[in-house]
Design a protein around this ligand. Structure first.
Ligand code: ADP
Ligand code: MG
Length: 692
């Protein structure tokens, strides 16, 4: 094995943005993504940039995606490496389009086909006659594996087993040997028809199911059948990533676990665990779902993996798009260790050889009397040192947990204060606007003062004049306050962002069960509580970030709209003028036609009628020109209407998010209070016990 083979490589991520679809164009959606030419970077809104291994904007053709991102995986496949391509994204973002999962043989000459048909062609172009190709096709729906190639209506029992040498195996799954591209496409078609027939609820369910099309290559290296290289390629069209009813999930984590697609949820957890430097080498929750179990080797295992993160450019999808961008960003941090899959027996032999060598070295050391393994008192001392260190670390851990939980409590309080300040400020602002528009402000009091004779009246008016100035000053101050609130929030975000990903322990929903906990678990619950609170705090931050983005967007759109306002009024006037112009021209035209008609009979009037004909033509072209203008203006007006609709939709979303934020905060406060009481009680119990 060369150095290169042992190299650890991250999961590669390609971001793909589809064009706006006609429905989005009709609804007046705008594009909220910007691409930097020559850089693998995408910018959301104004300045949030994300970088990936590849970024494909909406003009990128299927062929380019394949050549740039997928082709090298296939070269690896033939060298014996496993490979996986995952398409991730919300429903309608282009996963199936990119993967080409619904390809049929009728599309043979179609240039817009996706990854799967291209892979099939390439495999049969490249393979030699010592290579056997096998396919399987399965679907995971509701945590159930459906064999799409079984051909029978009965569901055979399928189980997943982990072989220490060969990795993950699916027992009971149909695997078909195929000898030509046509035959392989046949399998794909058969599987797809099973997918749609499989369940009547599947149409709405297809966006909730994962489809995995797997190709296995077995390349014999000599006449001996056992001397072969086996490599697998998984092509995965994941379920839609949109979060369902996120607002409700807050109160009831258990229900959330059931209603949200478990596969994507645990895929996210696996990605987090693998992507976090600080958690390297710790437990990865592959077993939480069928999907992560099947893809265990593709994520952080023995595979070259590409994630195609699909997004829609429409502003109406901005929230989901940001979620996808962040998810994909985490995936990039995963490191895989692909190895060439030689025959398990050969691999075992190599492993044994290495073990023998290591044992020999140990034996030599032992004979020389310097072995650390066999010495008597040495390990014991080491042991007690380790134990001591361990208990120190445990102490420090519980101290840090306590501090963390306090800090999180404070954070929540501060957030609350920021929000109440924000609300008060908004109220003030609207009052100020009212005041500013008040007619009293527009009276030129200076002139009134000068023209007044009565001294007392004069003084009173001067007082009012002062008041006018105070109002103006207030307005300035208010702007200052808004700016400082914004600064505070962003500072806060930066502070918490530095913490890395925090995950509460899996499988313990809600607050710790106060009744069943005994004194021994006090520390553990303290830690868990702190982590849970910190997680909520992070959710809060997420919410705040998205809120800020949305608010900025609305502001921008409103500005655009207010610029449109005078234009709109002008247009409306223009339109009236144009309409009456069209009317009068039409009348003139009709009169002319009548004249022409009567003139025909009179030969002497031929010349005159020629002129009239010309005039008629002129009139006609003028009329069409005016009508065109009318149409254009109507179109512009419609555009403005739809953008107004968008603004109000966004505003509604913002309101809903604010409510969600308040709920989350309330819950954090309640949790923290409950926890405080519980802890207090427990500590008293412990004291009593000690006294006894
Ligand atoms: P998903 O599988 O993610 O739910 P689809 O692949 O079905 O989404 O795509 C939704 C729609 O967008 C389809 O009509 C598809 O043809 C179109 N579409 C997706 N990606 C592209 C693209 N890159 N270019 C052109 N049309 C696309
Ligand atoms: Mg799809």
């Amino acid at each position: 094995m060369t150095k290169d083979d042992e190299k650890v490589i991250p999961v590669r991520v390609a971001l793909r943005c589809r064009p706006l679809i006609p429905k989005e164009v009709n609804e007046g959606c705008q594009c909220c993504l910007t691409f930097v030419p020559g850089e693998a970077q995408v910018i959301v809104g104004k300045d949030r940039a994300f970088t990936y291994d590849y970024v494909f904007d909406s003009t990128t053709e299927q062929e380019e995606v394949f050549n740039t991102a997928v082709s090298s995986l296939l070269s690896g496949l033939f060298k014996g490496y496993n490979a996986t391509v995952l398409a991730y994204g919300q429903t309608g973002s282009g996963k199936t389009y990119s993967m080409g999962g619904t390809y049929t043989s009728a599309q043979e000459h179609d240039l817009s086909v996706g990854v799967i048909p291209r892979v099939i062609n390439r495999i049969f172009l490249e393979k030699d006659n010592k290579t056997t190709v096998t396919v399987s096709y399965l679907e995971i729906y509701n945590e159930e594996i459906l064999d799409l190639l079984s051909g029978s209506k009965e569901k055979p029992s399928i189980s997943i087993r982990e072989d220490p040498k060969e990795g993950i195996k699916i027992v009971g799954l149909t695997e078909k040997v195929v000898c030509s591209a046509t035959e392989m496409v046949g399998c794909l078609e058969q599987g797809n028809s099973a997918r749609t027939v499989g369940s009547t609820a599947m149409n709405s369910a297809s966006s909730r199911s994962h489809a995995i099309f797997t190709t296995t290559l077995e390349q014999r290296r000599s006449a001996d059948r056992s001397d072969s290289v086996v490599s697998k390629l998984h092509l995965v069209d994941l379920a839609g990533s949109e979060r369902q009813k996120k607002t409700k999930a807050e109160g009831d984590r258990l229900r959330e676990g059931i209603s949200i697609n478990r596969g994507l949820l645990s895929l996210g957890n696996v990605i987090s665990a693998l992507g976090d430097e600080s958690k390297r080498g710790t437990f990865v929750p592959y077993r939480d779902s069928k999907l992560t179990r099947l893809l265990q080797d593709s994520l952080g295992g023995n595979s070259h993996t590409l994630m195609i993160a699909c997004v829609s450019p429409a502003d109406s999808n901005m929230e989901e798009t940001i979620n996808t961008l962040r998810y994909a960003d985490r995936a990039r941090k995963i490191k895989n260790k692909p190895i060439i899959n030689i025959d398990p027996r050969t691999a075992e032999m190599q492993r044994l050889k290495q073990q023998v060598q290591e044992l020999q070295v140990m034996l030599l050391n032992a004979r020389g009397g310097v072995s650390q393994v066999l010495c008597g008192s040495e390990p014991l001392r080491n042991m007690s040192e380790i134990l001591e260190k361990n208990s120190c670390l445990q102490d420090e851990n519980s101290k840090l947990s306590r501090e963390l939980s306090e800090a999180v409590g404070q954070t929540a309080q501060m957030f609350e204060r920021i929000i109440t300040t924000e609300q008060a400020n908004e109220n003030l602002q609207s009052k100020l606007v009212e005041l500013k528009q008040h007619a009293a402000l527009k009276i030129d009091l200076q002139r009134v003062v000068e023209s007044l004779e009565d001294q007392e009246l004069k003084e009173n008016v001067e007082m009012i004049q002062n008041l006018q100035q105070v109002i103006l000053q207030l307005q300035d101050e208010n702007a200052g306050i808004t700016a400082s609130i914004e600064a505070m929030t962003s500072e806060h975000c930066n502070f918490l962002d530095g913490e890395g990903e925090l995950r509460p322990r899996v499988g313990v929903p809600g607050t710790p069960n106060l009744m069943t906990a005994d004194k021994g678990t006090l520390e553990a619950f303290t830690t868990q509580h702190a982590l849970q609170q910190a997680q909520k705090s992070k959710e809060l931050l997420e919410l705040n970030k998205i809120l800020a983005l949305k608010e900025a967007f609305v502001k921008e759109m409103c500005q655009g709209n207010s610029q449109l306002e005078p234009m709109q009024i002008k247009y409306q006037e223009n339109m009236k003028g144009l309409q009456s112009a069209v009317g009068s021209l039409q009348k003139e035209k009709e009169e002319l036609i009548l004249d022409l008609h009567s003139a025909k009979k009179d030969i002497t009037q031929a010349k005159l009628s020629e002129q009239r004909k010309q005039r008629l033509q002129e009139l006609e072209s003028q009329i069409t020109e005016l009508k065109k203008q009318l149409q254009e203006q109507a179109k512009l007006l419609k555009l403005k209407e739809s953008s107004l609709r968008n603004v109000s939709k966004l505003n509604q979303e913002i309101q809903a998010m604010k409510v969600q934020r308040a709920q989350l905060m309330k819950q954090m406060k309640e949790d923290s209070e409950k926890f405080r009481l519980w802890k207090h009680k427990k500590e008293r119990e412990v004291l009593q016990l000690k006294e006894k």
